[in-house]
Design a protein around this ligand. Structure first.
Ligand code: ADP
Ligand code: MG
Length: 297
């Protein structure tokens, strides 16, 4: 007996490194008219490294102290930026302190208490606010690091801007060709949806051939961007890796999660999972689904 074409396509997708969860999803993928794609961990490797620590003037802390405190606060986080800070502390052979309390806010950062100190680490827009008078020196360091292509992360200790971390993530080598193939398949370049800042987002977009960018999005903002595309008549396939992408993957007609370091919730929410560490599997699977549609039709 021969397998029904959609099931054969699912098996074929599996051989190419994409786990497609159902026949309905396999069909949806072929109907995609617009891709919405995440940046960090999706177009980029998601293995960022800490390239620079800018200590702010007037701080009482040394580099090693800031790195120890920041890495201790980030240690419980599953975010790739957190991993960069923790690895840098490990490489410097610093000893981390366990946190007393810890909360992570998707798309924003972390808050922890360590040895009676409150530590906040995360997005400049969230942490450089009226509360600290939009600290001018901190803002300047953020802008300089962003213009150099880094993601700037702010460290507040007891509400005081203490340091800015410059974290650098490499583009996946296959990202440009993937975007090119997706553009050919849908007739329009993917839309970039990122929680990161507009400067870094624009650099990555330019490197891969994306022209439509939505930056500094919280998870709900990614959902809103997907819904706007749908309201304009698009059939959206959303691609992402992080916990902050899960709602957008659920809102899209099809959601694809990057396996590997992808968050558990995102893997559960997704309709398909890229299990091979290769983005080109995504256009391959969409093309496979299109072939089935042609056979069935
Ligand atoms: P993306 O959508 O590109 O994958 P995220 O939504 O995961 O990016 O993160 C958006 C921003 O939130 C980051 O650029 C960073 O400023 C901040 N952020 C989130 N989690 C953390 C963390 N654990 N440590 C530091 N910054 C964080
Ligand atoms: Mg991501």
């Amino acid at each position: 007996a021969t397998m029904p074409p959609l099931l054969a396509a699912i098996a074929n997708a599996g051989r190419h490194g994409v786990l497609v969860k159902s026949a309905v999803v396999m069909e949806q993928l072929g109907a995609t008219t617009q891709i919405a794609i995440d940046k960090t961990g999706t177009l980029t490797r998601g293995i960022p490294h800490l390239a620079e620590i800018r200590l702010l003037e007037n701080t009482q802390f040394t580099y090693d102290e800031v790195l120890t405190i920041a890495a201790s606060a980030e240690h419980p986080s599953e975010h790739p930026l957190a991993a960069a800070v923790v690895s840098a502390a490990r490489a410097a052979e610093l000893t981390l302190t366990p946190v007393d309390t810890f909360t992570a806010t998707a798309g924003l950062g972390v808050t922890a208490t360590i040895d009676g100190r409150q530590v906040q680490i995360g997005a400049p827009a969230a942490l450089l606010t009226e509360d600290n008078g939009h600290d001018q020196a901190a803002q300047t360091a953020v802008t300089e690091l962003q213009q150099a292509g880094a993601t700037a992360v702010v460290v507040l200790i007891d509400s005081e801007p203490t340091a800015i971390l410059g974290i650098v993530d490499q583009l996946r080598p296959e990202a440009p060709v993937t975007v090119q193939r997706l553009t050919q398949l849908t007739g329009t370049p993917p839309v970039l949806l990122t929680g990161d800042n507009a400067t870094t987002a624009a650099q990555v977009a330019a490197a891969v051939g994306i022209t439509s960018i939505h930056a500094e999005l919280l998870p709900d903002g990614k959902v809103a961007a997907v819904r706007d595309l749908q309201a304009a008549g698009e059939r959206v396939t959303a691609v992402g890796d992080g916990i902050n992408d899960a709602p957008a993957l659920a809102a899209a007609q099809a959601g694809i999660a990057m396996g590997g370091a992808g968050s558990d919730l995102t893997l559960q929410t997704a309709d398909a999972i890229v299990v091979r560490d290769d983005l080109t599997t995504i256009p391959t699977v969409i093309a496979l689904s299109r072939q089935v549609r042609r056979v069935v039709a």
